[in-house]
Design a protein around this ligand. Structure first.
Ligand code: RNT
Ligand code: ZN
Length: 424
C-alpha cells in the first residue's frame, strides 16, 4: 500500500504549511524539533499481553488483555527485538517501561520479594546499547499472594509484608536503572486492591496502604536515579465498588510526600477526562506521570487513539509549560490485533498530539482571552483545528527517518509474515 508522498513532495507541501503557521506566529521547524525531543515511555507489556516471564498464570488484578492474535513475544529476546522493530516506525525520543515480572533471573525462579538489579542485567545492557532509558513498575497482580484482591492494603500481615518487600526491592531496581542510564527511572506504584461490592470498612485498608507506603518511601534513594509515582484508579474489573488507591487518596499522599502523581486517562469516571486535572495538580505535586490509554465502557486499556482527550491533555501540558515536570507514557494492551501495530499506532498518535500542541498559537489565543475577546479565543481555537497539521506531521516523520503516513503498515505486515507468524 503506497500512501506516503515522496520526500520532495513532502518538503514542498511542508514549505506552504510553514508559511501558514508563521502567520499565526508559530515556528513549525521549532515545533518539530521540540516534539521529537520529548521522551515517550513505551510500555513493554503490549508486546506479550501483560503476561511476563514468570509463568505465574493468567493476568489478574482487575485488568484484562482479551484476544489471541498470533505472534506474541514469549521471552526477553523476542520482546526486545519486537520493540526495536516498533521503535524504528515511531518518531522521536523513546523510553521503555518494564514491569518487575519481566525479570530474567537465568535458570530457576526468583520470588518477587527477592528480585535484584542483576535479574535485569540483560535489560540494562540492551538499554545502554540502544540508548533507550528504562522505567519500572512493581507488579502487584498475577501472583498467588495477590489472590485475595489485596496486596499492600491486605489485612493479612504476611501478604502485606511480602508486597512491602517487593516494593522496596523494585525501588532499588529502578534506582539501578537510573544509575545505569544516567537519567532517573520512573518507578510507578499501582495496586489493584479493592472490592467488587460495597465494603463496610473503607478506612482500614486505606490506613494500611498509607502505612505501607510510609515504610516503602522511608528509604531515601538518589533523586538523580529514581522518580517515584503513584497511580490511582476509580474501578477495575472485580473492584467496581471500591478501590483503596483512589484519586483522593493518592492526590493527598503525593502532595504530603511530594511524590509525582500518575494520571491514567482510563482511570476515571467514563465522562471525566484528565486535561483539567493537570494545572490543578501541578501546583501541589512535584510533577506528574501520565499514562495515555483509552477507556472504553468498562475497560480502561484500549489502544490510544488521536482523541480529543489525548489532544486536550497534550495542549494543557503545552499551555502550562509543564513538559519539564511531566513524564509521558503509554499504557494499554490489546491481544486481538498485531501487537507491534498496537505499539506503533498509540505511540505515533501520542507524538502527533504532542506536535499539535506545540503548533498551537497559544500566545495569540491567551491574548484574546486577556483582552476579554472570548469570541476571538473561540474562533482561533476552532480555526487551529484545520491548519495544515498533516504536512508538518509528514515532515516530522521524514526528519526522524521513519515511514510517512500509513507506509509503516508494510513493514509490520512483512515482520508478521517473516517473524511473528512463525511463533507457536
Ligand atoms: C492498571 C494500571 C497500570 C497497569 C500496568 C500494567 O489499571 O493502569 O498502570 O496498566 O501497570
Ligand atoms: Zn496505567
Amino acid at each position: 500500500m503506497k500512501t506516503g508522498n515522496s520526500p520532495a513532495r513532502i518538503e514542498d507541501v511542508y514549505g506552504a504549511a510553514k508559511e501558514t503557521y508563521a502567520k499565526f506566529g508559530v515556528s513549525s521547524d521549532k515545533a518539530i524539533k521540540s516534539a521529537l525531543a520529548l521522551p515517550v515511555s513505551i510500555h513493554c507489556w503490549q508486546g506479550d499481553d501483560v503476561l511476563g516471564f514468570e509463568n505465574s498464570g493468567p493476568l489478574s488484578g482487575g485488568i484484562l488483555a482479551t484476544g489471541n492474535y498470533p505472534g506474541r513475544a514469549r521471552n526477553g529476546d523476542e520482546l526486545r527485538s519486537d520493540a526495536e522493530f516498533a521503535f524504528a516506525l515511531i518518531p522521536g525520543k523513546k523510553r521503555f517501561n518494564l514491569h518487575s515480572f519481566y525479570a530474567e533471573p537465568g535458570k530457576g525462579k526468583v520470588s518477587r520479594d527477592m528480585i535484584r538489579p542483576e535479574h535485569f542485567s540483560k535489560w540494562m545492557s540492551w538499554s545502554k546499547k540502544k540508548k533507550i532509558p528504562l522505567d519500572f513498575n512493581p507488579s502487584y497482580f498475577s501472583h498467588p499472594m495477590a489472590g485475595s484482591g489485596y496486596t499492600l492494603a491486605s489485612a493479612d500481615p504476611k501478604i502485606r509484608r511480602f508486597w512491602i518487600r517487593h516494593s522496596i526491592a523494585c525501588r532499588r531496581i529502578a534506582s539501578a536503572f537510573g544509575a545505569n542510564q544516567g537519567v532517573p527511572a520512573v518507578n510507578d506504584i499501582w495496586i489493584p486492591d479493592g472490592s467488587k461490592d460495597y465494603p463496610a470498612d473503607r478506612i482500614s485498608p486505606r490506613e494500611r496502604l498509607k502505612d505501607a507506603l510510609d515504610e516503602i518511601f522511608s528509604e531515601k534513594l538518589p533523586a538523580l536515579t529514581i522518580t517515584d509515582a503513584l497511580e490511582c484508579k476509580l474501578f477495575g474489573i472485580g473492584s467496581e465498588a471500591y478501590v483503596v488507591g483512589s484519586h483522593e487518596f493518592y492526590m493527598a499522599y503525593a502532595v504530603k510526600k511530594q511524590i509525582k502523581l500518575c494520571l491514567d486517562t482510563g482511570h476515571f469516571h467514563p465522562t471525566e477526562t484528565i486535561a483539567d486535572k493537570i494545572s490543578a495538580a501541578l501546583l501541589f505535586v512535584p510533577g506528574l506521570l501520565i499514562h495515555f490509554s483509552r477507556g472504553l465502557r468498562w475497560d480502561s486499556d484500549h489502544v490510544s487513539t488521536f482523541s480529543d482527550e489525548m489532544r486536550d491533555a497534550c495542549r494543557e501540558l503545552k499551555r502550562a509549560d509543564a513538559f519539564g515536570r511531566v513524564d509521558i507514557a503509554l499504557d494499554y494492551f490489546d491481544a486481538s490485533i498485531n501487537r507491534i501495530a498496537a505499539w506503533v499506532i498509540g505511540a505515533r498518535n501520542l507524538r502527533k498530539a504532542l506536535l499539535e500542541s506545540l503548533l498551537e498559537p497559544t500566545k495569540l489565543i491567551v491574548d484574546a482571552e486577556k483582552r476579554g475577546k472570548n469570541h476571538e479565543r473561540l474562533a482561533l481555537m476552532e480555526e487551529c483545528k484545520t491548519l495544515p497539521f498533516a504536512a508538518v506531521w509528514d515532515k516530522l516523520c521524514l526528519t526522524a527517518g521513519v515511514p510517512v503516513n500509513a507506509e509503516w503498515l508494510g513493514n509490520v505486515n512483512d515482520y508478521e509474515q517473516k517473524v511473528l507468524s512463525k511463533r507457536k
